[in-house]
Design a protein around this ligand. Sequence first.
Ligand SMILES: N[C@@H](CCC(=O)N[C@@H](CS)C(=O)NCC(=O)O)C(=O)O
Length: 215
Amino acid sequence: MIKLYGLEISNYYAVVKAFMLEKGFEFEEIEIAPSYSEPYLELSPMGKMPFIEVDEGYLSETSAILGFLENCVPDQPMTPADPFVSAKMSELFKVVELYVGNESARLVGPVFFGAELNQAVAEQIKPLMVKGLAAVDRLASFSPYMMGANVTMVDFYAYYIFTTARLIAKKVWDWDILLEVDGLRDWLQIMSQRPMIKLVDDQRNIAIGKMLDNA
Ligand SMILES: N[C@@H](CCC(=O)N[C@@H](CS)C(=O)NCC(=O)O)C(=O)O
């Protein structure tokens, strides 16, 4: 059985968990905090969570994990069949990852863990996010899903990236990023109603509550 390693509070962990539930995988969750030391690096070379363990070995990086899981269950596709549309999904995935997810994640420390906010860094990040969001606006159709009529991998990924980026942008700049992309608010609402996403969100909120109680 697949093992999913990490902590429920992580939005990247939530992506993989929701995707596995949607695809009907059976898996075991193993609670482990990220670490930049051995032997953790053997399992996840950047010291990050989530990562999975399958018969063939360990795999980290959310996009790689989703791609692997997708290829394991080809009869229930979450990737567009047309090669060009599939590549457009990858393009959108990259934009969300690099310019919304990675940029906003640079402010996770100040927003969620009490670190001091470096205003100069925050000022570098916002214009990159503005460009990223404008690119999402061009690439995603939201009809009703990002790539059209069918839900695909990028919807699951982007749902968790946007829910976290939204909180960060609100706290740092009092900025509602949902106003930057036509259709983003309604799509978030549609995604949040999916039973598997509801399940993951409920469990994640409990984990976040426990973390705050212990802080
Ligand atoms: N690029 C990674 C990002 C995952 C990530 O940033 N995970 C965070 C938790 S939400 C983490 O492990 N942080 C610990 C660290 O960076 O040392 C992916 O796509 O999986």
